[in-house]
Design a protein around this ligand. Structure first.
Ligand code: NDP
Ligand code: 8X3
Length: 247
């Protein structure tokens, strides 16, 4: 029988690429995101592979439990919906941006997990793949709350594993580095020029790279749990620690 993956944030970037990749491999999909017209387009594109589309804002706790709480036979939950807003230093940041990142990347991910985990535990089967980020482990100027939310994803994933010991339910934190999607357009609030500069002259990861990685993670033998995996483009690496010097 075909397995089912539920993808949050399937309307763009990693989520959309995962929908396309898993559909091509014979999986059934439940696709969520706020932009329902994009969900409908994907449903049309992927046909019978799409079990259901569910317009959903992961920040809305009641909506999450109402729409996801009674779903059954979900083999994989891909907690992918998320965003960065702004790149300003902490003392200049718009506090609403911090709230939105916390509400989406942390609270939304917790709600979806809590809504779907009981049916996985009951079936003693399932896999939660959380999309973290290299920003959760490696700080950079302007990464402030965004990196903080992704550090949460890393530790939450580990703690889920601790809770789930004794069950067959698996949990993975997948932490990508720089990847070209709508991510930077969202971060710079529609400033296409600033967004394009992020990727200028470098070969970023592609959403398809992440889709292939997710597919590999969930297709390991049932006794193998990939705890964490970090993927960066070859064109990205760390610099030295910064030192401020007097003139
Ligand atoms: P995109 O902007 O292309 O996609 C983000 C997806 O998240 C969209 O489908 C969007 O759907 C969805 N989303 C955002 N807010 C909400 C919400 N409140 N409720 C439901 N869905 C929401 O970016 P990426 O594909 O690059 O990002 C996917 C994930 O990967 C994010 O968690 C991001 O932090 C992470 N990431 C991205 C990296 C990159 O360099 N691109 C690197 C490392 C991690 P809609 O607007 O329709 O709701
Ligand atoms: C996205 C990667 O480095 O732009 O999570 O924060 S980064």
């Amino acid at each position: 029988m075909a397995k089912t993956i539920l993808i949050t944030g399937a309307t763009s970037g990693f989520g959309k690429a995962c929908a396309e990749h898993f559909a091509a491999q014979g999986w059934q999909l439940i696709l969520t995101g706020r932009r329902s017209e994009r969900l409908e387009q994907l449903q049309e594109q992927l046909g019978a592979a799409v079990r259901q589309i569910i317009p959903l804002d992961v920040r809305d706790r009641e909506q999450v439990f109402e729409k996801l709480g009674s779903l059954v036979e979900i083999d994989v939950l891909l907690n992918n919906a998320g965003l960065a807003l702004g790149l300003k230093p902490s003392w200049e940041v718009d506090l609403d941006d911090w709230d939105t990142m916390v509400d989406t990347n942390i609270k939304g991910l917790m709600y979806c997990t809590r809504a779907l985990l009981p049916q996985m535990v009951k079936r003693d089967s399932g896999h939660i793949v959380n999309i973290g980020s290299t920003a959760g482990a490696w700080p950079y100027p302007g990464g402030n709350a965004y990196g903080g939310t992704k550090a949460f994803v890393q530790q939450f994933s580990r703690n889920l594993r601790a809770d789930l010991l004794g069950s067959k339910v698996r949990v993975t934190n997948l932490a990508p580095g720089m990847a070209e999607s709508e991510f930077s357009q969202v971060r710079f609030k529609g400033d296409i020029e600033s967004a394009a500069k992020v990727y200028q002259g470098a070969e970023a990861l592609r959403p398809e790279d992440i889709a292939e990685t997710v597919f590999w993670i969930v297709n390991r033998p049932a006794h193998v749990n990939i705890n964490a995996i970090e993927v960066m483009p070859v064109d990205q690496a760390w610099g030295p620690l910064a030192v401020h010097r007097k003139d």
